[in-house]
Ligand binder design. Structure first.
Ligand code: C5P
Length: 193
């Protein structure tokens, strides 16, 4: 049976870095599910049609990492039909042998409620905004405002809101180095393997 690791948390908490490191360490596949929503938002037109017709090329666009693409993603992510259109792909991905790491907002709660390991990776808004600012540059105050606005939308939406699963292990990376955060996450997986 495949080993699924579900990693959820707010923007720029370190989910992506931790997920990639875990996937490499354990030989698991990795899916950054935020990229799916970013690609739907960036495609324009009817978001439901965009979600139903996503192609690998849509996911390979080089403008998906911008702040604007993040905002567009979180706006289309509130639409239940968009989420439904992306569910089967994510669930199929999660069943790969020998295992898969999926990171997003609703992996442990909705997409893979039976995941063997669930992590909720978080950090203070100021720390997360600083990390995002190091990536995208621009006005630091605006980056903080956008991070807070996006979290608020993700946490309060009716469909699949961002929240820790009841059985998730919470890792707060505010005062951790990348290596420390990865070591903690690795330890949780080793205990369950
Ligand atoms: O993780 P990332 O910042 O790329 O996600 C972009 C947006 O996509 C999030 O703010 C959220 O609105 C949406 N998302 C989601 N469910 C996921 C992954 C991302 O709603 N599993």
């Amino acid at each position: 049976m495949s080993f699924t690791v579900a990693i959820d948390g707010p923007a720029a908490a370190g989910k992506g870095t931790i997920s990639r490191a875990l996937a490499a360490a354990f030989g698991f596949a990795h899916l950054d599910t935020g990229l799916l929503y970013r690609a739907v938002g960036a495609k324009g037109g009817d978001p439901v049609q965009a979600a139903l017709s996503l192609t690998p090329q849509d996911l390979a666009r080089d403008d998906l990492r911008s702040l604007a693409a993040g905002q567009a993603a979180s706006r289309v992510a509130v639409i239940p039909e968009v989420r439904a259109a992306l569910t089967a792909f994510q669930r199929r991905f999660a069943t790969q042998e020998p295992g898969a790491v999926l990171d997003g907002r609703d992996i442990g709660t909705v997409i893979c409620p039976d995941a063997r390991v669930k992590l909720y990776v978080t950090a203070s808004p100021a720390v997360r905004a600083h990390r995002r600012w190091l990536e995208v540059g621009g006005d630091a105050a605006q980056v903080l405002a956008e991070v807070i606005e996006r979290d608020q939308r993700d946490m309060t939406r009716a469909e699949a809101p961002l929240r820790p699963a009841a059985d998730a292990v919470v890792i707060d990376t505010s005062d951790l180095t990348i290596d420390q955060a990865i070591a903690l996450a690795t330890q949780v997986i080793r205990q369950r393997l």
